[in-house]
Design a protein around this ligand. Structure first.
Ligand SMILES: Nc1nc2c(ncn2[C@@H]2O[C@H](COP(=O)(O)OP(=O)(O)OP(=O)(O)O)[C@@H](O)[C@H]2O)c(=O)[nH]1
Length: 616
């Protein structure tokens, strides 16, 4: 704790002139959470004894993966020139999948600390987040972090940052979230340069919901930023979009543990608890007002997060299906971006089609389902949303290749993104090659500093969601960073490739791919299945087809599997045991037409690498 920390936790300040609302924005791993931890410790809101790394990242997965998923708001008292200020810090996630959380947090602030790793310099999400902050008219404080690192080159990157946002290189503050160096100066700068919030204290109450979290014990905790008026405990509040009313059971600020207060006034950031059990009733972006004196105009909301990537989740043990439903229902309470509906598959049985914000979101949800709910799951290959128009002018939205309409197709359009890739200039060639292989078109490129380049590509999202980032990282030895944003749809020559076993399509393996890549996908899947499916008593053709046209074929030759072959003569009970065992094994077999396929074969085929994408 700094000797300057305000020893006694002050009551929530109601004078907006003494409030500063800010957030920290940075590229992933540039040290936001570590800096936030240090601020908590220096301002004394978390004692040195209670301090643990990544105090604000509460989910186990967040801590293990070292990433921030849910944003959190914390109030810290800080004294400067004889005044005690309330600094409300809103931590933001850095990964592309969670950009929508960043923009919510930004809308609740007047300023942002733009944090850049002094050994890495500006990265793709530094730029993306900076543009978001500028769009929200925030005051930007540029800061170089990790200056304790031997590899840090603060002079070079201070110049780079100053070049980017204007100003002088020597004004860029240098800190270390790890050692605490420079953090007190940074807190002073927050007070001095970020404007105090403005609002009308006498107007009807308007509070903006910027986060809504489900807590097993307290129900939904709604995080709000007061814009006008005030809210008090026991008051009846109204959500402006739905006109639903609730009583405020508790109101307070996180400091960082929830601390009830007498209310929230203009400019303050805090939480509300109303006993609501579902986050959808307390929607992020909605405006809270009072029932007695309601405001007439709602605040500008946020665009709702839209699922971009779909995948089928199936329990490996079919009897887990009800548990999977229950687990998804529970996760949905705290994650409004997760969508799902039941679906069935010939190969995998009963499961759910789930929509995610991106691949990381998918990974996190499956990991939480497996870990927190003890489920064993198999996920089908991720797919994006296609709009298919048939020859008779019917339009179908396809999130699962098996819904792809048969018959004549007039057009298929796919979601496109604007991708920005930042990398050292030596890697430009290899990045261009990768992007072109993924149907990207170059929109331009520019230098950032002297030795790095930002490339802008227009690309199909479907080409990015699988393994693009892994390939990008390995081709650039980890130096490239990626950010992307959706820019609408575009018609493309896409076809559905089916994989047939003895003439019967196996739904889980159907894929929508570009016509040029259809052959490679067909060959890969038929070869892979040939290795995985055991021989049957008859020959089994494995084919890949576009409509009725076969584009690749393998076959599994016939074999009679006689488990009794080795048991000549001897004990009848032994024979019976072997036959019983064979029956057991058959239970886990799935029938595709006449072909018996062990479920493991499906799972292995689905979890294989999708390297087809690079082969042509
Ligand atoms: N040497 C040094 N390491 C640091 C410093 N700040 C952070 N780190 C390390 O950098 C890594 C990333 O830090 P985090 O604070 O988790 O990064 P983040 O930006 O919060 O990451 P996300 O929450 O995933 O966006 C961790 O291994 C930290 O220990 C610093 O000032 N000096």
């Amino acid at each position: 704790m700094s000797p300057r920390a305000v020893q006694q936790l002050q009551p929530a300040s109601t004078d907006p002139a003494l409030i500063r609302n800010f957030c920290i924005i940075a590229h992933i791993d540039h040290g936001k959470s570590t800096l936030a931890d240090r601020m908590l410790q220096i301002t004394g809101v978390v004692s040195d004894r209670d301090m643990r790394a990544q105090y604000l990242d509460r989910m186990d997965i967040e801590r293990e993966r070292g990433i921030t998923i849910k944003s959190q708001a914390v109030r810290m008292p800080w004294a400067l020139d004889g005044q005690t200020y309330a600094l409300n810090m809103i931590d933001t996630p850095g990964h592309v999948d969670f950009t929508y959380e960043v923009s919510r947090s930004l809308a609740a602030c007047e300023g942002a600390i733009l944090l850049v790793d002094a050994a890495q310099g500006i990265e793709a999400q530094t730029l993306a987040n900076l543009y978001l902050a500028l769009d929200n008219d925030l005051t930007i404080i540029p800061v170089l972090n990790k200056i304790d690192l031997p590899a840090a080159d603060p002079d070079k990157y201070a110049a780079e940052l100053a070049g980017l946002i204007g100003g002088k290189a020597e004004d860029v503050l240098r800190v270390s979230g790890k050692t605490g160096m420079g953090v007190e100066e940074l807190l002073d700068l927050v007070v001095a340069s970020i404007p105090a919030p403005k609002g009308d204290a006498d107007a009807p109450a308007r509070a903006m919901i910027f986060d809504s979290v489900y807590d097993a014990y307290r129900g939904v905790v709604t995080y709000v930023r007061m814009i006008d008026g005030k809210l008090t405990p026991r008051e009846k509040i109204m959500m402006m979009s739905t006109k639903s009313t609730h009583e405020v059971l508790e109101i307070g600020v996180s400091s960082p543990e929830p601390t009830p207060s007498k209310g929230l006034a203009v400019g303050e950031v805090g939480y509300l608890i109303t006993g609501v059990k579902d986050v959808r009733l307390s929607k992020v972006g909605d405006t809270v007002t009072t029932f007695a004196k309601p405001a007439t105009v709602a605040l500008k909301g946020y665009s709702e997060p839209k699922p971009m990537v779909f995948s089928g989740l199936y329990p490996i043990d079919g009897s887990d299906y009800p548990n999977l439903r229950e687990a998804l229902d529970k996760l949905k309470l705290s994650d409004a971006a997760l969508v799902y509906e039941p679906e069935t598959s010939v190969a995998l049985g009963f499961g759910f089609r789930c929509g995610f914000l991106g691949l990381l979101h998918l990974e996190i949800i499956t990991e939480r389902l497996e870990r927190e709910f003890g489920l064993d799951l198999i996920a089908t290959a991720p797919s994006v949303i296609y709009e298919v128009t048939t020859d008779d002018k019917k339009s179908v939205t396809v999130t699962n290749p098996s819904e792809f309409p048969g018959g004549k197709i007039a057009s298929v359009s796919e979601p496109m993104v604007k991708a920005s890739i930042l990398a050292p200039k030596d890697y430009v060639g290899t990045i261009m090659e990768l992007c072109q292989g993924r149907r990207g078109t170059l929109d331009g490129m520019e230098y950032v500093g002297t030795d790095r380049v930002e490339l802008h590509y227009k690309m199909p999202l479907g080409e990015i969601v699988f393994d693009f980032f892994d390939h990008l990282k390995s081709r650039t030895q980890g130096y490239a960073s990626l950010d992307y944003e959706p820019i609408g749809e575009q018609v493309a020559d896409l076809v559905k490739v089916d994989i047939l076993l003895q003439g019967e399509a196996v739904d889980a393996f159907s894929a929508i791919v570009h016509r040029e890549k259809a052959y490679a996908y067909g060959v890969l899947m038929t070869e892979r299945l040939k290795k995985l499916i055991p021989r049957q008593q008859f020959e089994v053709p494995i084919q890949a087809a576009i409509g009725a046209r076969i584009i690749a074929r393998e076959s599994i030759s016939a074999m009679r599997k006689d488990v009794l072959a080795k048991c000549y003569g001897g004990d009848i009970t032994r024979k019976r045991k072997l036959l019983e065992k064979q029956k057991e094994g058959k239970k886990r077999m799935k029938m595709v037409g006449r072909v018996e396929v062990p479920q493991e074969a499906f799972i292995a085929a689905l979890s294989g690498d999708t390297e087809t994408k690079d082969k042509k």
